[in-house]
Design a protein around this ligand. Structure first.
Ligand SMILES: [Fe+2]
Ligand SMILES: [Fe+2]
Length: 271
């Protein structure tokens, strides 16, 4: 089967473990078949193939971002809720990467390879965080989760440039800013499970720099193809799709490593 149709199949799966297994198997296949471009660049989109996208389990209950309860790191349940929220982000991130891979015909083969690598790493993140959550006595779905990540995918479904601008370069980049803050919150609690969660977040932060870099790579490529000024066009997309406001503190060091330009970082620092 065409690898991007295999990605669609994985995207539609509702069971998290099955989705992880299908994603990781596809990534392993791609590593073995690294050479040929043709399987990636053949168009695959058909009318109506959005059906069943994204596949996700009935639980967690989806609520608005403001309805997610506050999570104190000082109680066992609060820490579990915090870990669950990360687990939920990683589950959504698998879908986001598979969607970027499947949805957009006409990109170079490396675009698809990049997004499959991201999907594979998100599947690993989900697996690690879910195992940690289970060690605390909870499972994915036991707390509610908000739907902000997928909502931005829907808004950018017809525009790959907007998708690259607003999902990896905006929402995933906010994760670079947020992760050290979550780690600092957990560091205030001196328990073995908090230490384990901090160590997992180190792995996630390292990999997420690469995901944002992939977003920057393809956003720059798409702007160059269309003769767009990346900074000015970003402002247009940000307003058009009502992206969430970027708030300090920013992780400028991680953002620089993810390929944001000096000018973009200077604009952020002035926010
Ligand atoms: Fe991740
Ligand atoms: Fe990511």
């Amino acid at each position: 089967m065409h690898p991007r149709l295999r990605a669609l199949h994985a995207l539609r799966l509702t069971d998290p473990d099955e989705k992880v297994a299908a994603t990781r198997a596809l990534a392993a296949w791609a590593r073995a078949e690294a050479a040929a471009d043709a399987p990636w660049t053949a168009p695959v989109r058909q009318p109506g193939d959005d059906q069943g996208v994204p596949g996700r389990p009935e639980r967690p209950l989806r609520v608005s971002a403001t309805a997610v309860p506050a999570r104190s790191p000082f109680t066992d349940e609060g820490r579990a809720a915090l870990v669950h929220s990360i687990c939920h982000i990683e589950f959504n991130a698998i879908n986001l990467a598979l969607d970027a891979l499947w949805r957009y015909d006409g990109m170079p083969a490396d675009y698809y390879r990049d997004w499959l690598r991201v999907a594979d790493e998100e599947a690993l993140h989900f697996t690690l965080i879910h195992a940690h959550l289970q060690s605390l006595g909870w499972r994915y779905g036991d707390f509610p989760g908000h739907d902000g990540l997928w909502h931005m995918c829907e808004k950018t479904r017809d525009d790959v440039t907007a998708r690259m601008a607003l999902v990896p370069r905006t929402l995933e980049a906010r994760g670079l800013d947020a992760t050290p803050l979550i780690q600092a919150k957990l560091a205030r609690v001196d328990t073995p499970d908090a230490k384990a969660a901090i160590a997992l977040l180190d792995i996630i932060l390292r990999d997420e720099i690469g995901h944002v870099a992939i977003g920057n790579r393809w956003y720059a490529w798409l702007c160059a193809q269309q003769g767009l000024d990346p900074l000015a066009h970003y402002r247009v997309l940000y307003r058009r799709h009502e992206a969430p406001r970027l708030r300090p503190p920013f992780n400028l060091e991680a953002r620089a490593r993810a390929g944001f330009t000096a000018q973009e970082l200077a604009e952020l620092a002035a926010t």
